[in-house]
Write a protein that binds this ligand. Structure first.
Ligand code: F6R
Length: 608
């Protein structure tokens, strides 16, 4: 939800800010803007549309200090006026903001009563005017600190002022912000990949902290003005991984990276010979894990479907009753929480506001939190008692793909670890599951080779307007994920259902125009799902069967079949989801949608 970037250095800032903004566009892409400070004046340009639209209207500039913003609208539609940066009345201060200022309205009214003219409908513009009233042209950091004090909500923001031409002030409360350190230059951005081309030495700002970026480094302090020292971290992601590398879209590249994402997440975390799970990052929670009487799993979107899948496996193999909840509901549903409760929070970005909210609530009430996160140093990792990283690498496409496979693998490892620590599962009993999981990357590689067939299937179906996805048991969450992938990138209406639910309502939708994708595995309730296919066929529905069990019966009732290699209950969800991702991708590609940046969506949902 909005991407922000700031720079102070010796290079021309404009190109650098634009390059970073293009990397951040996945966070929001309905408008973009830039503010540059040069010769004590402000050059500001902002536009509704993408960063490329902004680039077309920019004049050349040699400024070496500036800010850039790409927006995902919350307050006010995507227009030129509502685009960031926002300015004070004198046009001497420029502010970019990611987040929501919840109590902006009374401040806006008071400022207007004092003669401030507002040009936008955003919540963010009040920040520029509040700073203006507190800035005497000397201490910009102090003015920002004072301006932010009464504001409530979430923000990562950056500020420049013509009277402080060699610095950028940044602040963070609830929205992500990372600072980069280079040779005589410093950077700020919403996310690591935006800065990877310039530096790999980064400092993470925490909530309640401000920073001053200067050419010779960054200075941090808290909202009380106390100095903070924090050692920089070296980020090992490389620039190449964060590029498309010849793929038409990031999403397609990330689908193809899944064998690696899975292998990397499993790597060095088990001993195959003994079946022992090795997760030193969780060692400090051993006692809590022993005592836990209640285990919740909270997440949103695709990460939630990973949790739903784990629910079946954990119940079956680990004797852990896992309560899986949407993080956005958990917090407001008066959950049972105490010091014997363990909460597992899953998030690719580690910045999802709903998931962070659930975790904060859980910890405030004594529970311990283990997070499963992909982005190194993300807020969620700092707000958890322990983190199990998924090593999927940067996921840039807005629709989550490889992160899901990595989450499923991490949840398996975590389940084994908990069951082994509590003595419910001997390491040697874990071996068959591990042996199956380690075959995953090769089997996914094999599945990816069927892409041409899936393209052909997409060519048959891309003009349909409604789809149904059915699955049962472990494949029910995968059916939900298949429907989510299709709707978010192709804008086709798709619904995922537990196959058993078919007769309880959705069957009314079936006709000769409505394709139904049915997931069938020999591993579980095969006959029942088979009967569901018969029910669809009896109503002249079109059936696309995704299955690891091809036989005469399946061939008779299916209009099309996607074959999955036989595996195990551990691996089946990871395999079945791959063709569904490819199907959604190629349908969207044929429909010509903006696959990496689908309308109305953003990669990290940092507002509730
Ligand atoms: C779907 C998708 C979203 C995210 C959800 C949670 O393709 O990407 O549903 O899964 O917004 O995001 P994270 O995992 O970053 O918390």
């Amino acid at each position: 939800m909005c991407g922000i970037v700031g720079y102070v250095g010796q290079r021309p800032a404009q190109d650098l800010l634009l390059a970073a903004l293009q990397k951040l566009e996945y966070r929001g892409y309905d408008s973009a803007g830039i503010a540059l400070v040069e010769n004590k004046s402000l050059y500001l340009e902002k536009r509704a549309g993408k960063v490329s639209d902004l680039m077309r209207v920019l004049k050349a500039s040699r400024a070496t200090v500036g800010l850039g913003h790409t927006r995902w609208a919350t307050h006010g539609p995507p227009t030129d006026q509502n685009a960031h940066p926002h300015c004070d009345c004198q046009k001497k201060i420029a502010v970019i903001h990611n987040g929501i200022i919840e109590n902006y309205l009374p401040f806006k009214e008071e400022l207007q009563a004092r003669g401030h003219i507002f040009l936008s409908q955003t919540d963010s513009e009040v920040i520029a005017h509040l700073i203006e009233e507190r800035y005497d042209g000397t201490n910009l950091l102090e003015a920002v600190r004072e301006a932010l004090r009464p504001l409530r909500g979430a923000y990562a923001l950056a500020v420049v002022a013509t009277d402080s031409p060699d610095e950028v002030i940044v602040a963070r409360q609830g929205s992500p912000l990372v600072l980069g350190l280079g040779e005589h230059e410093t950077f700020a951005a919403s996310d690591i990949p935006a800065l990877l081309a310039f530096t790999k030495t980064m400092v993470f700002l925490n909530d309640g902290e401000l920073g001053v970026l200067r050419r010779d480094g960054v200075e941090l302090c808290d909202f009380e003005g106390r100095r903070i020292t924090r050692a920089p971290q070296r980020i090992e992601w490389d620039v190449v991984t964060a590029q498309k590398q010849g793929y038409k879209h990031f999403m397609l590249k990330e689908i193809h990276e899944q064998p690696h994402a899975l292998a990397n997440t499993l790597q060095n975390r088990y001993e195959l010979a003994t079946g022992k799970i090795v997760l030193p990052e969780l060692q400090k929670l051993t006692e809590k894990i022993h005592k836990a009487q209640m285990v919740y799993c909270v997440a949103m979107g695709t990460a939630y479907y990973a949790a739903l899948t784990a629910k079946y496996l954990w119940r079956e193999f680990f004797r852990v009753p896992l309560a899986v909840e949407l993080a956005s509901e958990f917090r407001y549903s008066k959950p049972y929480l105490d010091e014997n409760t363990l909460v597992i929070a899953i998030s690719q970005s580690g910045e999802t506001a709903d998931t962070l909210g659930a975790v904060r609530e859980a910890r405030a009430r004594g529970a311990s939190v283990i997070s499963i996160v992909n982005v190194v140093g993300a807020t969620l990792t700092r707000e958890s008692d322990a983190t199990l990283y998924t090593h999927a690498g940067p996921e840039i496409g807005v629709a989550s793909t490889k992160a899901l496979l990595a989450q499923l693998a991490a949840l398996d490892l975590l389940g084994f670890f908990i069951a082994q620590s509590r003595g419910w599962l001997a390491p040697e009993q874990t071996r068959p599951a591990l042996e199956s999981l380690v075959r995953g990357p090769a089997l996914i590689e094999k599945l990816l080779q069927q892409e041409r067939e899936i393209v052909r299937l997409a060519q048959v179906f891309y003009e349909k307007e409604h789809f149904l996805f059915l699955g049962r048991d472990l494949l029910y969450p995968i059916a939900l994920e298949g429907a989510l992938k299709l709707k978010e990138i192709s804008y086709i209406h798709a619904e995922g259902y537990a196959a058993g639910e078919l007769k309880h309502g959705p069957i009314a939708l079936i006709d000769a125009e409505m394709p139904t994708v049915v997931l069938v595995t020999k591993e579980s309730v095969y006959e029942k799902v088979f009967s569901n296919i018969e029910e669809v066929k009896a109503r002249r529905g079109i059936v696309i069967t995704v299955t690891d069990q091809i036989n005469k019966e399946i061939e008779r009732v299916s209009d099309f079949i996607i074959e999955i290699p036989p595996s195990s209950r551990w691996l089946a969800p990871l395999l079945f989801v791959v063709p569904l991702q490819l199907f959604a991708y190629h349908i969207a590609d044929l429909r010509g949608t903006d696959i990496d940046q689908p309308r109305n969506l953003a990669k990290s949902v940092t507002v509730e």
